[in-house]
Design a protein around this ligand. Structure first.
Ligand SMILES: *Cc1c(COP(=O)(O)O)cnc(C)c1O
Length: 378
């Protein structure tokens, strides 16, 4: 496959290359080298001159700031925060073995999802391909941005079918969304199958690893291979225990990260969030202890559910929740709600007939859940 001339920046959309990469004999590395981001960027984003904040221009220590019309009192909250969260990115980079230049931080991973749509998809024209069932935010962000989602069903046992995903791609497909471990099905996908999608698609592949701390061996992030078209999403909302501070991460090539950084709100991660995250990162063992406890509790819940005749099936889980099948999901859900035990009814979701999604709680919380399910007359 011929290398594209990178010096020629053509943002005319009619020049978009074929959406599928040559499935022939070309080596995966050659195909990766042939990927050119510029042909996937929206023209208005490619030519955008980003807002230049006062703190962009100077951020040296012990300077006196008369540049941003801030209040001189009430330090440190009086000052605008670092727009690039450099200290935080360095800490996260150290922890994950990633260069800070390959990290984007946002107001939850939801911000990264939205920015990806805004960077790559022309409203009313472009589309994305997504597995189904999966996390609801991809569809919501697509709808807000007036972008069509082509949904491709997982196999009946919730596996990823790379060929089916690639078959759904057309000339206006800009991104493919994969979530692994997947929400609500709870399983990770076979890595070779994900890589086949990444190598076979001439566009952005987003792999959402929100639950990967519960199955760290299955992360794509630790791989030495650098995929030019891969964006990995992770979050502080699950294993790190701080859904409330809203902090999500995206890992990708420097080129993709610089696009996201260019179009984000200048101060998208506030100082309270940055400080709290830095504090958490000082104590990774705490997160690990939570993960271990949650996994132990998940096994205990599984054993209890296996003994419960109400539960017909427990799906394999790589996450901090269990997807279970029951005969009357709505009745079970309502029975639990009446006892102030709130679970998630997923029975109307594709392939999930009869399914309820149950998050693993503390030992005491899980005991109440187990007892209530046992006492159900259903
Ligand atoms: C919970 C979850 C997230 C987290 O989103 P944040 O905005 O970071 O809180 C992302 N993706 C999936 C699939 C999730 O289930």
């Amino acid at each position: 496959m011929k290398q594209k001339d990178k010096s020629k920046r053509e943002f005319n959309n009619s020049q978009t290359p074929s959406p599928l990469r040559d499935a022939g004999s070309a080596k995966a590395e050659d195909k990766r080298a042939a990927f050119t981001l510029s042909s996937f960027l929206r023209p208005n984003i490619a030519s955008l001159k980003p807002y230049s904040s006062a703190r962009d221009e100077f951020s040296g220590a012990d300077a006196l700031f008369f540049d941003a019309n801030e209040n001189p009192f009430n330090a440190p909250y009086n000052r605008y925060p670092d727009p690039y969260q450099q200290e935080l990115k360095k800490k996260i980079g150290d922890l994950k073995g990633v260069n800070p230049k390959n990290i984007f931080l946002g107001n939850g991973s939801d911000e990264a999802i939205d920015l990806l749509f805004r960077a790559f998809c022309i409203p009313g024209k472009d589309n994305v391909v997504s597995i189904d069932p999966t996390y609801g935010m991809y569809q919501v962000c697509a709808d807000i941005n007036d972008v069509e989602v082509k949904r491709v069903l997982l196999t009946p046992d919730f596996e990823l079918d790379a060929d089916a995903l690639l078959n759904a791609v057309n000339e206006n497909t800009k991104m493919i969304f994969i979530c692994s471990p997947n929400n609500p099905t709870a399983n990770c996908f076979v890595e070779q199958e994900i890589v086949r999608v990444i190598d076979g698609f001439n566009g952005i592949v987003v792999v959402d690893e929100a639950y990967i701390d519960f199955a760290p061996d299955k992360s794509l992030l630790k791989k030495p291979v650098n995929y030019p078209n891969l964006v990995i999403l992770q979050t502080f909302s699950k294993a790190w225990g701080v859904a409330a501070i809203r902090l999500g991460m995206a890992f990708a090539t420097e080129e993709i990260i610089s696009v996201l950084s260019k179009i984000k709100y200048p101060y998208n991660v506030n100082i309270l969030t940055q400080q709290k995250a830095l504090e958490l990162l000082e104590n990774e063992e705490q997160k690990q202890k939570w993960v271990d406890t949650i996994l132990k509790e998940k096994r205990r819940l599984t054993v209890a559910f296996e003994k419960n005749p109400l539960i017909k099936k427990i799906y394999p889980s790589d996450a901090n929740f269990l997807l279970v099948k029951v005969e009357k999901p709505v009745d079970v859900y309502n029975f639990m709600v009446d006892r102030k035990l709130i679970i998630r009814d997923r029975s109307k979701v594709a392939l999930c007939e009869g399914c309820l999604r149950i998050t693993v709680g503390t030992a005491e919380e899980n005991n109440r859940l187990i007892e209530a399910l046992k006492s159900s007359p259903l």
